[in-house]
Design a protein around this ligand. Structure first.
Ligand code: SF4
Ligand code: SF4
Length: 323
């Protein structure tokens, strides 16, 4: 139902041509070698419909720009306190606290800070703004087999912007890839991914109840879209499974995911197992989150055992890489 409402709203706004054409981008990384083949430019978008407990880019979850505070760099000079037009910053012992309800991410405190202890994550950019950066990197694409990857956050969460960016890449002969959680309407998937050469799709849990518990949303649209991308759109598809101990890194989940891939997608769809890392924990603190998550890393032996389990289904499986 939620899904249908999102489609209806999006279609209506699209027809009226009133959707904001700018995307919220929080990082553009050149010379990336982990987000697809060759040397790539990876564009990280802000905003995601999922709330994975282990998210390694928590600054990508909210669509709007957000303030980050790097406590270890702060010398408590107090310049930011007086610069804030909303009186959102106050001292609290040997650190500062920002009232996130009051903060509007205006950036005044970032400008004045002498130690770069404050940063606004996310800025509005047009697809053409992003392409200026991409064109500078494009000399590395042909020889290395690289191109542009849209990541996040969730590229399908900003469909107009992602569609436009992929369209320009296609016109200019730049190879394209996307890293997606797959949680979107069928219409958005078909529209945004039409100009995409390679799709990395996460299946965080094959069981609907577990998926909802871990991410906040059911997995039905994700599994349906995996089949559409593979069979109807005939895209190159790689399934990624982030592995978080005591969450989804269980034999039961691997068995169910292996069954879904072999029976519904095909044995020739490669799989990547991505071990959990705790890079998101510090970022949660920098965003002033009260709830900070940290889990144990899966051991190499455990990862190897999961890899062999999936290979038992006749799948080609890689371990390692970034989540
Ligand atoms: S970003 Fe603007 S509103 Fe937010 S704390 Fe800094 S100065 Fe205040
Ligand atoms: S301006 Fe920067 S260094 Fe000074 S108190 Fe604020 S965050 Fe700390």
């Amino acid at each position: 139902m939620k899904d249908q409402t999102a489609v209806a709203v999006w279609s209506f706004l699209k027809k009226r041509g009133s959707i904001l054409r700018k995307g919220t981008v929080f990082q553009i990384q050149s010379y990336s070698i982990h987000d697809g083949p060759g040397i790539r430019t990876t564009v990280f978008l802000k905003g995601c419909p999922l709330r994975c407990l282990w998210c390694h880019n928590p600054e990508s979850q909210n669509r709007m720009p957000e303030l980050m505070y790097f406590e270890e760099k702060c010398i408590l000079c107090g310049k930011c306190i007086s610069s804030c037009p909303r009186n959102a910053i106050r001292p609290d012992g040997d650190r500062l606290v920002t009232d996130r309800e009051k903060c509007r991410a205006c950036g005044d405190c970032v400008e004045i800070c002498p130690r770069e202890a404050r940063h606004i994550s996310g800025r509005l950019m047009t697809a053409e703004d992003v392409m200026k950066k991409v064109r500078k990197d494009s000399m590395f694409y042909p020889l290395s087999g690289g191109g542009v990857t849209l990541s996040g956050g969730e590229p399908l969460f900003q469909p107009e912007f992602s569609e436009e960016l992929f369209g320009i890449c296609k016109k200019e002969g730049v190879s394209t890839a996307v890293e997606t959680c797959g949680y979107a309407s069928e219409e958005i998937v078909r529209t945004v991914l039409k100009d995409v050469d390679l799709v990395f799709l996460d299946i965080k849990a094959a069981d609907e109840e577990l998926h909802t518990k871990l991410t906040g949303v059911p997995n039905k649209p994700v599994l349906r879209n995996a089949e559409i991308i593979r069979h109807s759109m005939k895209k190159n598809l790689i399934i990624r499974i982030p592995m978080i101990p005591e969450m989804n890194a269980t034999e039961d989940n691997i068995r169910k995911t292996g069954t879904f891939i072999t029976e519904r997608l095909g044995k020739d769809v490669p799989v990547q197992l991505l071990p959990y890392h705790n890079l998101g924990t510090d970022k949660e603190k920098q965003l002033g989150r009260s709830d900070v998550h940290e889990y144990a890393r899966p051991s190499e032996d455990r990862m190897e055992a999961f890899r062999q389990m999936l290979e038992g289904y006749g799948l080609t499986v890689q371990t390692g890489g970034s989540m």
